[in-house]
Design a protein around this ligand. Structure first.
Ligand SMILES: [Zn+2]
Length: 235
């Protein structure tokens, strides 16, 4: 999430100064509080005519809950030399190649990154996004044939609240961070969204098709529940 698109302020939360970001939404019917793993803070969504003060008042009623949630976030894993990043669930160590050319690329067990240190994190992220686009698009194309469905486009985003989505025009979107998850998780998330090309709901027919497209529904859902936050703390 881009913080500059929002207004933020520092608010004491159970004794710790904490970043609170405000967002206005014409679709929000009431104030909502969310822990944002992308920036170690709280995101408050306000309906159009509700004040920031009202948002802060709701936060103060849930102060301990929010403080506990923040404290329980996994530690961030910044992309830096020597750090092991999961790709398809397998550790890959970031290795700088300062004199090399060609951005960043992946070899078994390592991510090689050329150029200055100041560009390293960005290059690793770009490399993972490229890989996410290739792999998730390929999996989706295969499953769409199986489902007898047509994909309009596949987009790769940095979504924080959902791993994938399917628009009525047939555009599928996936969070690039999925490329870090094990292959069976990628397989399930893509199958789920491809099944939405045929059924725009979570009804019986939708789940029957999803299960025809992937054997991993249960295990992948459990994996995302247990480990999804860690993906959001990468980079
Ligand atoms: Zn769904």
């Amino acid at each position: 999430m881009k913080l500059d698109a929002l207004t933020t302020e520092m608010v004491p939360l159970a004794g710790v100064l904490t970043a609170v970001a405000f967002r206005r939404s014409s679709r929000a019917a009431k104030i909502s509080l969310r822990i944002d793993p992308g920036f170690d803070g709280i995101l408050i969504t306000l309906p159009i005519r509700v004040s920031r003060r009202a948002g802060l008042s709701l936060l103060s009623q849930h102060e301990q809950w929010a403080a506990d949630k923040l404290a329980a976030l996994p530690r961030p894993l910044r992309f830096a030399a020597g750090v092991a990043v999961p790709v398809g669930g397998v550790a890959h160590v970031i290795e700088p190649v300062p004199a090399g050319r060609g951005g960043a690329w992946i070899e078994p067990g390592r991510i090689l990154v050329t150029g200055g240190e100041e560009f390293l994190a960005r290059r690793v992220a770009d490399c993972l996004k490229r890989l996410a686009r290739q792999r998730l698009t390929a999996i989706a194309a295969e499953k769409a044939v199986e489902a007898g469905a047509k994909i309009h486009a596949v987009r790769i985003k940095d979504t924080r609240t959902r791993w994938g989505s399917c628009a009525p025009d047939g555009t599928l979107a996936f969070c690039w961070r999925l490329i870090c998850a094990p292959d069976f998780v990628q397989d399930y998330v893509v199958a789920h969204e491809v099944a939405h090309l045929r059924h725009m709901n979570h009804g019986r027919h939708f789940w029957a098709l999803t299960e025809r497209l992937t054997p991993h529904r249960e295990t992948a859902s459990a994996w995302l529940t247990g480990n999804g936050l860690e993906l959001l703390r990468l980079g």
